[in-house]
Design a protein. Structure first.
Length: 508
């Protein structure tokens, strides 16, 4: 008797083919738009999508998530290209891929799941805000000033000089694109399910520009082969620049975290095989290594394309491999079609994508139930806007660690006044973070009677706290009377518990 998998094979093949076409239609405008927003030729976005389908799609790890250029790396790529030139992109992505492969081989993939979700959402929110601010300039037919803070500061001036046929036409096309994206799924009938929103929006905008002969900028087409710049051995000399090494670490952290968080999200969408995180990290690294050799954009697993793949009924990894085949055929056979796409339409697509990165709906319940997490999210997002992506994420991780350390080092002091002494029992975890509270409480105790500290209930006492308590005890012995007339040293020894465990120092 044949297995259920074999009986379902014909149906699975047809579903995978249909899903691959859906994902291809979603991927084309996103690949092109992300490349343009990153400051590189549009064809390089398609190259990354092709590698994501043919290379990563064929490797083990996650069976249904789809990889390609992602909006989450747009800001970082743009900054790297602007600062170091397009020539440095290949070696940056190649080094990122090799580092990802190494991390996957040593089993580091599962540790990316330990990154605070508040930091991840803050990172995505910061990226979304920076992406929106930069693409508002492209939507208006203007050039962005530079980094995130400059883009934000320049918005008032941009709005005051929106005049002329080119600027007005670009704004109309961009705003109309966003409106189509927002309203597309709400349209009645089967059309919204058959044609993805990004493709419909860009397609309608392209037709409108061509029919009305609007004076808006369109994509510059170089050709697939002409856009490639193969990375050579000489390019590795660029990695001696510490700034480039920092960019590699940022690429690795963000691409890996986004891919593995996407894998966790995709696993919740289907009942098929679960993701093997280390293998998925190796697959992402292999894809980025190939992209780096070709001088293309870095890749991550992309939740938009992955969700489209699952919702279209994909059953196996064949759907994502086939989507790479369709991208390759499109880039090889119809490159001139890219030159018809208005830049303002792609800006509208990316503004819509950036807005979806901002966790608006989850922020209110997060603030209500986990205020510390909400603060980490906001600080991470603002730090990315004010500094850069790498420093913003590092600050967010640092804040998350400090918040966790503060919460886990909670300590309670129970004070009991007895006839001959005062006892102070500490419960919880005594760390340097709680030293001000502990010492302020101890110093406020009456000085005319001995004080006994009971540390036996503590789960943990760090070195700083133990040292401070011993110093306080030694300092107060001379000032306080003994409990029963015995020497103070004997009283201290009697207060220490037998066996292992924290001592109970006695002042006086």
């Amino acid at each position: 008797m044949s297995s259920p998998q074999l009986r379902l094979r014909p149906d699975a093949v047809s579903r995978d083919i249909l899903a691959s076409i859906v994902v291809f239609l979603v991927a084309v405008p996103l690949c092109v738009g992300i490349a343009v927003a990153s400051g590189v030729p549009a064809e390089l976005g398609l190259v990354t999508g092709i590698v994501g389908g043919l290379v990563v799609g064929a490797m083990p790890g996650s069976s249904l998530q789809v990889s390609g250029p992602a909006a989450g790396l747009t800001v970082l790529v743009y900054e790297a290209v602007t600062t170091h030139g397009v020539a440095a992109l290949g070696v940056l992505v190649l080094a990122t891929g090799l580092l990802q492969v190494g991390l996957g081989l040593v089993g580091f993939g599962r540790w990316f799941r330990a990154i605070s979700t508040a930091v991840v959402h803050g990172m995505l929110a910061g990226i979304g805000l920076v992406l929106i601010c930069s693409q508002l300039y492209a939507l208006a037919g203007a050039s962005a000033p530079g980094n995130g803070l400059d883009n934000v500061a320049g918005l008032p001036d941009l709005f005051t000089r929106l005049s002329g046929a080119t600027a007005v036409s670009s704004c109309v096309i961009g705003v109309a694109t966003i409106a189509i994206l927002v309203l597309w799924k709400r349209l009645p009938g089967r059309l919204p399910r058959l044609i993805p929103g990004p493709l419909a929006a860009v397609g309608l905008a392209t037709v409108a520009v061509a029919v009305l002969n609007l004076p808006v900028a369109t994509i510059e087409v170089r050709g697939l082969v002409d856009s490639l710049r193969l990375t050579g051995l000489d390019d590795f000399g660029l990695l001696t620049n510490p700034a480039l090494l920092g960019a590699v670490l940022a690429f690795t952290l963000i691409a890996s975290a986004e891919s593995l968080f996407s894998a966790a999200a995709v696993d919740r969408m289907h009942d098929g095989p679960r993701t093997h995180y280390n293998k998925e990290l190796i697959a992402q690294g292999a894809g980025n290594t190939v992209c780096g050799l070709l001088g293309a954009l870095p890749m991550t697993a992309v939740i938009v394309r992955s969700a489209a793949n699952v919702q279209a009924g994909a059953r196996t990894k064949a759907s994502r491999i086939l989507h790479g085949v369709w991208l390759l055929l499109f880039a090889a056979l119809f490159p001139a079609a890219l030159g018809l796409i208005p830049v303002a339409a792609l800006a509208g697509v990316l503004i819509h994508a950036g807005a979806k990165l901002i966790p608006v709906t989850m922020f209110r319940p997060l603030w209500r139930d986990h205020r510390g997490e909400a603060v980490v999210l906001v600080v991470t997002a603002l730090a990315i806007i004010l500094t850069d992506l790498f420093m913003g994420v590092l600050l967010g991780i640092g804040m998350a660690v400090v918040k966790t350390a503060w919460e886990t080092s909670a300590v309670r002091l129970d004070i009991e006044e007895l006839d001959d002494r005062t006892t102070v029992a500490l419960t919880g975890s005594a760390t340097f973070l709680r030293l001000p509270l502990i010492l302020d409480t101890l110093e406020a105790l009456p000085k005319d009677r001995p004080v006994e500290l009971d540390l036996s209930r503590l789960r943990h006492v760090d070195h700083a706290c133990r040292t401070a308590l011993e110093a306080w005890s030694a300092h107060n012995r001379a000032a306080a009377p003994s409990m029963d007339g015995t020497p103070r040293e004997a009283a201290l020894a009697a207060a220490a518990p037998d066996g292992e465990g924290p001592p109970r120092p006695t002042a006086g």
